[in-house]
Design a protein around this ligand. Structure first.
Ligand code: F6R
Length: 611
C-alpha cells in the first residue's frame, strides 16, 4: 500500500529525486513519509507524520547526496506517527530499510531478537525486519546483500524492500508478492514501488521478480536469484511520459482523470474494433479462445470499484452470451471454498494489478486448473503476469485514489469481451455485431458531450452538497452503476451513501426516505425504465428529493424529479459507460464543496497490497 523510492548515482541529487518520487507516489499512502541516506559513515534519517510536504520541510538543510531511500506510508502495523514512519534504522545503526507489505511472522522474529538484546522503538513489522537483517549481517559477518538473502530465508509474508548501510555504497532491494521497479538512467538508478517515480528519469526499467535480490551501486546493477547466484535480466522500455503524472492544468488528478475518459476509452477500443473482418480483435486472449468458448461458467473476482465493473460484466456477458457468470468479492472468494474446476474461467479485474485479495483469489483458482484471465490496467503488474491471458484496459496512470477512468476502461474491455464471445458463439449476427461496434465507437465522443455539460451537473451538486445521506438506485445493468456512484460519493466526500436495486426499496430501505435523504436514480430508457419510474414515484410520494440520470427527455420524469441529467443515447448494454460519468462529476463537486482532498481521501490507499 505504501510507496518506495530510491536513488543512487553520480549526481548529487539523491534527496531531491527521492522527494520528487515520494510526491508522485503519495497516492499510495499519505499517513507519514521519510527518507534515509548515509553520510560520513553514519546513517541519517528524516521522517514526518502526514504528507510528503512535511518531510520536504525537514530535508531543506541536507547537503548533496548520491544515494537515498524514501517511503510514503499507509499504516498497517502501528498508528501513523513519526516513530512508525519508514525508513527504520536497525538497532545497532548498521542499516536503514523501507518496506512495502506485511511480515506475517514478525512477532516470532521479534521475540528471538529481544532475547538477543534488541530493543525496539516502533510498533512496526518493518523495524523487526531491519533488525533481523542486521542480526544476520553481524552474526555471520556478511555483506549487506548476503545479509538480506540470509535473513529473508526466515521471513514469511509479502515485501518489497530497499536497504542501505552506513557505508553509503549501495542499495539492496528484494521482493516477494509486492512490486518493485528499477529504472536504469544515465549513470544513475531510480527505484520505485511502481514506475511513477522513474518516469522522466530513465527510459529503461526492470521489474524485479519474486525472490530476486538487486544490488545497485552507482555504476552497476546486479540481480541475484533465490540461491544468491547472479542472474541475467532484461530491461523493458518505459513507455509512460511525464504528462501521465502531472495534473495538466486541472485542480485535481481526479478531475483530470474524469476528463481523460474520452481518450482513455478510445485507447481501450483502439485497434480492437477496427481489425480486418467483423470480429473484435483481442490479441491477449486469442490463444485461449477455444477454452473460453467452452467455458462451463465464468467467475469474476475483484474488489471495490473493479468489483462494480465485474457486476456490469455479468450483465453484459450473461445477456449477450448466455454463459453463466458469478461475481465475487476477491476477499470472500477464497474463504468460501469456491466450486471451480478446469472447465471454468476465472477473470480478475484490477486497475493496479497488485491488489492482494484479487491476486490470492486468482492464485487459488489457478491451482484448481481454471483458465485465468486478467482485465488489468497496469502493464506488467503481478496479476497481469500470473494470468494465462488477458485484456489490458490502457487507461494510463491513475493517480487519484478514487478510481474513475480505470473503471470506464474496465467496462469498455468487458463489453469487448462479451461481444466477441457472443459473436463467436453465434448469439449475435453480423448486424447486431455492427450495431454494437458502431455504438462503442461513439462512446468517447458521447462522454465528451457529458463533460462539456459538467457545469450543469456541478450546479446540481452544489444544491445537494449539504445532505448527509444519499441513496443511489438503479435496476439491471444500472444497479452496479448506482453502487459505483455511492462508493465515489462516500469515499471522497465522507457522506453516507448506499445503493440498492430500485425494486428492493420497498422491502426495507424506503423507511429511510424523508426530505433529508435524497435519492439518485440511474435510469436510462431500457427494459426496466417503466418499473424504475414507478419506484421513483414511490419515493416522491414520501417527500424524498430525487435526481435522475437518464437518456430520455420524458415529461413524466421531468415533472417528478428535483433535477435531471440527460446523457446521450447508446445501446442498453453500454449505458454504464455514459451514466457513470455524471456521478463522478457529482461526487467530485460535492467533495470540493466540502473542502475534501479528492485525490487523497482519508484512510484510503491506491494500491491495496495487503489482505
Ligand atoms: C475506489 C477504488 C477501489 C479499488 C479497489 C481495487 O475508487 O479505487 O475500490 O477499485 O481497491 O483496486 P484494483 O482495481 O487496483 O484491484
Amino acid at each position: 500500500m505504501c510507496g518506495i523510492v530510491g536513488y543512487i548515482g553520480h549526481d548529487n541529487t539523491a534527496i531531491k529525486t527521492v522527494l520528487k518520487g515520494l510526491y508522485r507516489l503519495e497516492y499510495r499512502g499519505y499517513d507519514s513519509a521519510g527518507l534515509a541516506y548515509a553520510e560520513s559513515g553514519q546513517i541519517k534519517i528524516k521522517r514526518a507524520k502526514g504528507a510528503v510536504s512535511g518531510l520536504n520541510d525537514k530535508c531543506k538543510q541536507i547537503g548533496p547526496q548520491t544515494l537515498a531511500i524514501g517511503h510514503t506510508r499507509w499504516a498497517t502495523h502501528g498508528k501513523p506517527s513519526e516513530e512508525n514512519a519508514h525508513p527504520h534504522v536497525s538497532f545497532k545503526r548498521e542499516l536503514a530499510l523501507v518496506h512495502n507489505g506485511i511480515i506475517e511472522n514478525y512477532k516470532y522474529l521479534k521475540e528471538i531478537l529481544k532475547d538477543e538484546g534488541y530493543i525496539f522503538s516502533s510498533e512496526t513489522d518493518t523495524e523487526v525486519l531491519a533488525n533481523w537483517i542486521e542480526h544476520a549481517k553481524l552474526r555471520y559477518d556478511l555483506a549487506l546483500e548476503d545479509a538480506v538473502h540470509e535473513a529473508l530465508k526466515g521471513v514469511h509474508g509479502a515485501y518489497a524492500i530497499a536497504v542501505l548501510d552506513s557505508t553509503g555504497q549501495k542499495i539492496v532491494c528484494a521482493k516477494k508478492s509486492s512490486p518493485l521497479a528499477i529504472g536504469i538512467g544515465e549513470k544513475e538508478y531510480i527505484i520505485g514501488s511502481d514506475a511513477t517515480p522513474i518516469i522522466g528519469m530513465a527510459k529503461d526499467v526492470i521489474y524485479l521478480e519474486d525472490d530476486q535480490i538487486a544490488v545497485v551501486t552507482k555504476d552497476d546493477l546486479k540481480i541475484r536469484d533465490i540461491d544468491n547466484n547472479d542472474t541475467s535480466y532484461k530491461a523493458e522500455k518505459l513507455l509512460l511520459d511525464l504528462q501521465a503524472v502531472e495534473k495538466k492544468g486541472f485542480d485535481s488528478f481526479m478531475m483530470k482523470e474524469i476528463n481523460e475518459q474520452p481518450e482513455t476509452v478510445a485507447d481501450c477500443l483502439r485497434g480492437r474494433l477496427t481489425a480486418p473482418g467483423p470480429e473484435i480483435a483481442l490479441g491477449g486472449i486469442e490463444a485461449v479462445m477455444p477454452s473460453l468458448l467452452r467455458a462451463r461458467k465464468i467467475i469474476i473476482v475483484a474488489c471495490g470499484t473493479s468489483w462494480h465493473s465485474a457486476l456490469i460484466g455479468k450483465y453484459m456477458i450473461e445477456g449477450l452470451t448466455r454463459i453463466p457468470v458469478e461475481v465475487d468479492y476477491a476477499s470472500e472468494f477464497r474463504y468460501r471454498r469456491p466450486i471451480i474446476d478446469s472447465e471454468d474461467v476465472v477473470i480478475g479485474i484490477t486497475q493496479s494489478g497488485e491488489t492482494a485479495d484479487t491476486k490470492a483469489a486468482l492464485e487459488l483458482a489457478k491451482t484448481k486448473g481454471a483458465l485465468i484471465l486478467g482485465i488489468v490496467n497496469v502493464v506488467g503488474s503481478s496479476i497481469a503476469r500470473l494470468s494465462h491471458a488477458g485484456i489490458y484496459t490502457h487507461s494510463g496512470v491513475e493517480v487519484g485514489v478514487a478510481s474513475t477512468k480505470a473503471f470506464t476502461g474496465q467496462v469498455a474491455a468487458l463489453s469487448l469481451l462479451a461481444i466477441k464471445l457472443a459473436y463467436r458463439l453465434g448469439y449475435i449476427d453480423d448486424e447486431k455485431l455492427m450495431d454494437l461496434k458502431d455504438a462503442l465507437e461513439e462512446i468517447p465522443s458521447q462522454i465528451q458531450e457529458i463533460l462539456d455539460d459538467s457545469t450543469a451537473i456541478e450546479g446540481i451538486a452544489d444544491i445537494f452538497s449539504q445532505y448527509e445521506d444519499f441513496l443511489f438506485l438503479g435496476r439491471g445493468i444500472s444497479f452496479p452503476v448506482a453502487l459505483e456512484g455511492a462508493l465515489k460519493l462516500k469515499e471522497i466526500s465522507y457522506i453516507h451513501a448506499e445503493a440498492y436495486p430500485a425494486g428492493e426499496m420497498k422491502h426495507g430501505p424506503i423507511a429511510l426516505i424523508d426530505e433529508a435523504c435524497p435519492s439518485i436514480f440511474v435510469m436510462p430508457k431500457d427494459n426496466t425504465y417503466g418499473k424504475t419510474l414507478s419506484n421513483l414515484q414511490e419515493i416522491k410520494a414520501r417527500s424524498g428529493r430525487v435526481i435522475a440520470i437518464t437518456d430520455v427527455v420524458d415529461e413524466d420524469l421531468v415533472n417528478s424529479v428535483d433535477a435531471v441529467v440527460v446523457v446521450p443515447k447508446t445501446l442498453p448494454e453500454l449505458t454504464p459507460l455514459l451514466t457513470t460519468v455524471p456521478l463522478q462529476i457529482f461526487s467530485h463537486r460535492v467533495a470540493i464543496k466540502r473542502s475534501r482532498n479528492v485525490d487523497k481521501p482519508r484512510n484510503l490507499a491506491k494500491s491495496v497490497t495487503v489482505e
